[in-house]
Ligand binder design. Structure first.
Ligand SMILES: Nc1ncnc2c1ncn2[C@@H]1O[C@H](COP(=O)(O)OP(=O)(O)OP(=O)(O)O)[C@@H](O)[C@H]1O
Length: 602
């Protein structure tokens, strides 16, 4: 009988100061922001508030010292230094921004693609990056100035290109780290598209380091710009601080102050950019992080197999799910390592099938083959899988195309993982992560998706859905996170639910609650469930029928009551014995030598 669900109250969540708050409360961050705000303000309003026209020469006023008329004095052509500094701020900042935009504009998207997709694009882009990095930047800039003329815009564009390897490498490395996170796989299993995954989960992770790098590169661009102009390669028609510095050094003996003003402006601005970068890093490092513990969900395998057309495949449509003679192997130097062999079972609508076995018996591999989420190196060596009349893998080795499979995952086939925390993206609230698949996959409006998500949180036994909806994953317990994932899994009203050790990572008391919840939802939504576990107790609690696996093969199968009453295989008896003794058979069980297990791979 289904027991009533134990409502779970969300813990009180202390308000966490945001990144902006942490940045402005850091004295260095606040100071650098203030300096840059003043410089940017000067750049914007400078040309309007300049007391004199910075381009008009008046030789009669040349090289005047600071005074009441010219607050910072005049240069060798009699132009007002303060007016030139104010207008120079604008062109200096725009030129630095140009370099940063070019560097980010090329480095970020190429790094994203190379890191996420890998393959030939990664090889080509990495090779180009290595070539760019081997070029001496200053020589290239000098050569470009010589060939294309003294234009600050051209030299900053080229400098931006020369800075792309930094952004490319930073992005690629961050993406490669995060694309293996379980929450990225979970988003894929939930049916979220690649562009959307990159845009939300991946970009949100690389955003912070890219902002820090951009701040630092902007500072370096100003310094390089000033250096080039100091060497006399500046555009004399654009009054930047570097051009002023160059003029100052020409008159260093007659009017040393002329070099001091632009040098101060350059060093204070460059310093502010670099300090801001560091303060940003400190603010972001303060942010709580939850990272994946163990990668279980796997990437989509390369389908070099011929893509299956569902219309032209013979399938078994009597059951919701039929797995027949399934074999899975991994090519290795000394031949193929078989991890699943000749596995057959079926699941009907409204039925719970348990797959039980010790660690390494092939349960997860079997489950992932149904989801189409085996690692790229895995090979389906035989057998077929059909879901509700749709062939996922046909007997002749063809597979349903990834596009069609992706349309099934998250809509008709849902998945509950073992480690709830690692399957939630720490960068987004729980509400956002529930709403997004509802909008993207089911096409609900934001308002409807929000209402549905709150309703689902209530259904899975969370008493204050709104508070959990607004919380970040690290602000809830493991049991609550698993309820959230269960809510996400059933949100699309799936026909088939695959739950891979859904209670293993949880405390014993929470395990019982989650099992109750699964039982309740299974009957409420009339789903077929494949329940993967190493624990016969979970099978006894939840499953109607059971498949016992060892070493990649099915040892025994039947309805749970009869197998619990009279297990015919020695291995099943040992598994049951382990349950009764309270052991968890995560490590290979030893079956007494006198009565060896009949089934099993050699
Ligand atoms: N990428 C891989 N390459 C080679 N062998 C693999 C790979 N992934 C899994 N295997 C092997 O497949 C076998 C079955 O693994 P599977 O994860 O299905 O076991 P399991 O029964 O689910 O155990 P657990 O509960 O510990 O996950 C194991 O022997 C494992 O070493």
């Amino acid at each position: 009988m289904t027991e009533p669900l134990v409502p779970l109250r969300a813990p009180k969540i202390a308000a966490r100061p945001g990144i902006a708050h942490r940045l402005v409360t850091n004295p260095l961050g606040a100071a650098s922001l203030a300096v840059l705000a003043i410089v940017i303000l000067a750049g914007v309003v400078g040309p309007l508030i300049s007391p004199f026209d910075p381009t008009v020469a008046n030789l009669g006023d040349a090289l005047q010292l600071p005074g009441s008329e010219h607050l910072l004095g005049t240069d060798s052509a009699g132009r007002d230094v303060l007016s030139r500094l104010l207008t120079g701020a604008q062109s200096t900042l725009i030129a630095a921004a140009l370099a940063a935009v070019v560097a980010v504009g090329i480095g970020l998207p190429t790094g994203l693609m190379a890191g996420y997709f890998g393959g030939w694009f990664d090889s080509v882009a990495s090779w180009c990056t290595n070539v760019l990095m081997s070029l001496p930047a200053i020589i290239i800039l000098l050569a470009v100035s010589a060939a294309l003329g003294r234009s600050v815009w051209v030299s900053m564009t080229v400098f931006g290109v020369l800075m792309t390897p930094g952004f490319f490498r930073l992005t690629r490395t961050s993406v490669r780290a995060v694309r293996n996170e379980l929450y990225v796989d979970a988003a894929r299993v939930a049916g979220v598209g690649t562009a959307s995954i990159i845009g939300r989960h991946i970009l949100s992770v690389v955003r912070a380091p890219v902002i820090i790098q951009t701040s630092i590169v902007s500072g370096i661009a100003i310094a390089i710009q000033a250096g080039l102009e100091f060497l006399g390669l500046g555009d004399p028609l654009v009054s930047t601080w570097g051009v002023m510095l160059n003029e100052g050094f020409i008159n260093i003996y007659s009017s040393p102050l002329l070099a001091v003003w632009p040098a101060l402006a350059i060093s204070i601005t460059v310093g502010a950019f670099v300090i801001l970068g560091n303060a940003l890093r400190d603010a972001l490092e303060d942010a709580p992080k939850i990272r994946g513990v163990k990668r279980l969900a796997l990437s989509v395998p390369k389908t070099e197999a011929i893509v299956l057309d569902p219309k032209h495949a013979e399938v078994d449509s009597r059951h919701l799910l039929t797995v027949s003679g399934l074999g899975i192997g991994y090519p290795q130097a000394n031949g193929t390592k078989t991890v699943v062999s000749d596995v057959s079972f079926f699941v009907d609508r409204g039925e719970v099938l348990g797959i039980v076995g010790e660690s390494g018996s092939g349960k997860t591999q079997t489950a992932f083959s149904i989801l189409g989420l085996l690692p790229p190196e895995a090979r389906i060596t035989g057998g077929s899988i059909a879901f509700d009349g749709i062939p996922l893998v046909s007997a002749d080795g063809r597979r349903l195309s990834e596009g069609r499979l992706a349309a099934l995952r998250g809509k008709r086939i849902a998945y509950i993982p073992q480690e709830p925390m690692s399957n939630l993206d720490p960068n987004f609230t729980i509400g956002y992560q529930l709403v997004r698949p509802l909008v993207k996959v089911l096409g609900l409006s934001r308002t409807a998706a929000r209402a549905r998500a709150l309703e689902l949180l209530g259904i899975v036994g969370i008493t204050d859905p709104q508070r959990t909806f607004d919380a970040y994953p690290h602000e809830v317990s493991g049991g609550m996170a698993q309820r959230v994932l269960i809510a996400g899994a059933v949100s699309c009203n799936p026909d088939l639910l695959i739950a891979d050790e859904p209670t293993t990572a949880l405390d014993v008391t929470v395990q019982a609650e989650v099992l109750d919840l699964l039982r309740d939802l299974q009957s409420r939504f009339d789903m077929g469930v494949v329940l993967v576990t190493h624990n016969f107790g979970v099978i006894a609690d939840l499953a109607d029928r059971v498949v016992v696996m060892q070493n990649g093969v099915v040892v025994e199968t039947g309805d749970v009551r009869s197998i619990l009453r009279s297990p015919s295989e020695r291995y099943t008896q040992t598994l049951l014995g382990a349950m009764l003794e309270g052991k968890t058979p995560m490590t290979p069980l030893s079956v007494p030598d006198d009565e060896p297990v009949e089934a099993g791979l050699a």
